[in-house]
Design a protein around this ligand. Sequence first.
Ligand code: NAD
Length: 246
Amino acid sequence: MRGLEDSVAVITGGASGIGRASAKRLAAEGATVVVTDIDEKGGEETVAAIETDGGSADFHSLDVRDYEQFGTLLEATVDRYGGLNVVFNNAGIGEDASFSDTTPEHRDEMIDVNMKGVWNGCHAAYPLLAADGGGSIINTSSMAGWMPAPISTYAMTKAAVLHFTRSIAHELGRDGVRVNAICPGTIDTAMTQQWYSKEELSAMASRSALSRLGEPDEIASVVAFLASDDASYITGRGFKIDGGFV
Ligand code: NAD
């Protein structure tokens, strides 16, 4: 894909699932990937997998809830690699509770990671990307942010990510910074295995036109496209990647 060779990409939540698959894909396309997560072991495993495949990557511990830490990490990335081109705000946490069963504590955790984490990443990255002549931000929303979902508090945070992404696109676009959201359907990752039973996952798979769950690699390919110059006229949009979920 055009423009990823020799680019520099930062990924949050890169220790697992969609983040790990996207880190590997961006590295395979020639990007130097800064893998970040609160899970240091998983993050180092992602880097080791990339290096085994001949790619270039580095791991840094980053809690996306911490704005100062996020800014410091991005500035250190520019200092070390001479620029910044792509930021994938992917870290997130889920739930399996109905609205009435959701506790205020878990509500706050989801708001902090899913909403504030994305805000922090966009706000800290924008001036650095702009200073480098532009770039691409990709934020992870969800199908649950697009259509009504029983996991309503998670859905609230993901709808916020989608709407926020659309809303900042005009301001960032003036400096050549594109920002898009991805809305995955049900993807076979640690998150879905943690929150749903086999029966629930099977029921969700049957709601997709392809009658199966998605694989992290199938999200990573869209992330790589949106990160690349092949998507140079795409900004302020959300993309359903859900196997035709209804
Ligand atoms: P995952 O649990 O495999 O990966 C999430 C990663 O985020 C983990 O490595 C975790 O350590 C990290 N993380 C959690 N809190 C963090 C924090 N405060 N700071 C930094 N990192 C943190 O899950 P996944 O399925 O790969 O999910 C990735 C993203 O995709 C999430 O935003 C999730 O909401 C979204 N999503 C997933 C699905 C799905 O079906 N799996 C569907 C739609 C959207």
